[in-house]
Structures are given as C-alpha cells and as structure tokens.
Design a protein around this ligand. Structure first.
Ligand code: PAF
Length: 280
C-alpha cells in the first residue's frame, strides 16, 4: 500500500497523537531519501519492533559542507515512496525547510567528544547539523524507537549519545551495514559514482578486510595501514582522509584491537567521498 505522504508538522502531530495516547511504539527511520536496500533493512527492522513506522525524507542543508554537494545530492521522492510500498509503513514524512527550520530558528545541538575525530574533523559542522535535525525529527515524530545504519557508525554513536543526554525517550537501534554483491557499502552517494569509478569503489572495503585479517594474524597496524594506503592510491583513490583503528565505544585510536574495535575509512574516488567501517 502507498503510505500517506505527510508534509507539515500539524498533519504529522495529528497522525501520531492517537498512537501516543494508545501508548504505541512509534518507530522512525530518518533518511535523506535516495533509498537503497540499506535503508529498507532499517524499515524492516522498525516494522519488527514497533506498532507504527514513519520514514522521514529530508535533505538537511545544515549537515552539508558545500552548496555543490547539497545541490548534487540525489532526490528521488517518487521512487522512494514506491520502494516503501511493500513495507506498509504508516507514513512518509517529507517536510519542507520551514517545517524543520522555521524563521528565526537559532538552536544547535552539539555533541562533544565523539565529534572531535574523523568526520567531525574532515566535515566541520556536519555533526551539529545531524544532531540538530535528528533531535527535531525525534521530537516532531514522537519517536519511541529510531533506526540507523552502522555504515555511518560515528553518526550512530552521536545520535545514541544525544538521545540519552537529552532524555528524548527514543531508543536508538544500530543495524548492520548492507553491502552490494562486490562488497561496496550501500550509500545514496554511490549513485554519484561514474561507471568507471563504481568498478574501483569496492577496493576500499577489500583493503579494510585485508587489514582486519592482518590484525587477526598479529601484524602491526602501522605496516598494514601503509600497504593499504599505497594500494588504494594505485587503485585511483585521491585523498584518504582517514584509515583508523579505533575503539568501538568511545572512538579513541588504538594501535591494536585490544578491546572491541573497528576500522574506519573515508576516501575520495573521482569526486565522490566514500566512507566505510568494519568490526575487527
Ligand atoms: O544518515 C542520514 O541519511 C542523515 O545523516 C540523517 C540521519 C537522515 C540526518 O539527516
């Protein structure tokens, strides 16, 4: 069934009010659209846990680092609604700018610590934009549960922290990264890759897997890192922003996986920034 598309906050509130009064679990899957199987796996998970599910689609200007990137971000609302049909979600919330940032909007939600590294450094202001919009989306939808992919692991940590710190009453669920058959992590940005770049893109995950295997065999991370960077450059990656081994809970850097750890990468391939992470 095609889910109703809700475009205004009063309509959204009228929809969720009876659910709240009946003490129902309201699951929210926040997205910026261009839905792929990764998003759809979050919707499936939300359907398992919740009485009602809302998918939000809002390309949030506050989390982009350049006008160009914002302009180029894929927008595919009709396709997105069609992809959601089989999940029978209760609503698709597609607010316009003023529903989220009305005139005079002047509040920023900022999470300290977790945002001092990786994308927090390479994309200044990005996580403030994410934290602010996610707080708005949680409160506007009255979400009891929200579903995020581990693909954006740092984002997942930031959102989990803000929901706790601000007592939003929303339980944040992290869901596994969904990959293409060749290993590339699914991302809306993959649509921006040229055919030639798309063929090269899985090298990022391949190199991360090689590092993970090396760490398991006891090889030093610095050696594995140097080889991977060299090979990624040879494969056409132009700027490897980070390829870090970090603790999975507080994102501090590690030399070896002495506690639950993840490998994190961000690199540019022919004008497209790819990120990925895996447990090691
Ligand atoms: O992961 C995303 O698509 C976005 O960062 C999110 C969580 C929808 C906030 O705009």
């Amino acid at each position: 069934m095609i889910a109703p598309i809700i475009r205004t906050l009063p309509e959204l509130r009228a929809t969720t009010k009876p659910w709240q009064l009946a003490d129902k679990r309201i699951g929210v899957v926040p997205t910026m659209g261009a839905l792929h199987d990764g998003h759809l796996s979050l919707v499936a998970e939300a359907k398992k846990h919740c009485d009602h599910v809302i998918v939000t689609i809002f390309v949030n200007p506050k989390q982009f680092n350049s006008e160009e990137d914002l302009k180029n971000y894929p927008r595919t609302e009709e396709d997105d609604a069609r992809k959601l049909e089989r999940f029978d979600v209760d609503a698709i919330y597609v607010p316009d700018g003023p529903q989220i940032y009305p005139d005079g909007f002047s509040t920023t939600v900022s999470v300290a610590g977790l945002t001092d590294v990786m994308d927090g450094v390479h994309r200044p202001g990005h996580f403030d934009g994410v934290a602010t919009v996610v707080t708005k989306l949680f409160t506007q939808t009255s979400a009891t549960d929200a579903f995020f992919g581990e693909k954006d692991f740092q984002q997942l940590q930031v959102v989990t922290r803000l929901a706790r710190d601000l007592d939003l009453g929303t339980t944040v669920h992290g869901c596994p990264t969904i990959r293409e058959i060749d290993g590339l992590a699914m991302s809306s940005r993959n649509l921006l890759l040229s055919d030639r770049a798309r063929v090269k893109a899985p090298a990022l995950f391949e190199e991360m897997e090689i590092i993970a295997a090396g760490l398991t065999a006891g090889d030093p991370f610095s050696d594995l890192h140097a080889v991977a960077v060299k090979r990624l450059k040879a494969a056409g990656f132009t700027d490897i922003e980070y390829l870090d081994l970090r603790s999975a809970d507080d994102l501090t850097t590690l030399d070896a996986p002495t506690r639950p750890a993840r490998l994190f990468a961000a690199a540019w391939l022919v004008g497209v920034r790819l990120i990925d992470n895996i447990a090691v």
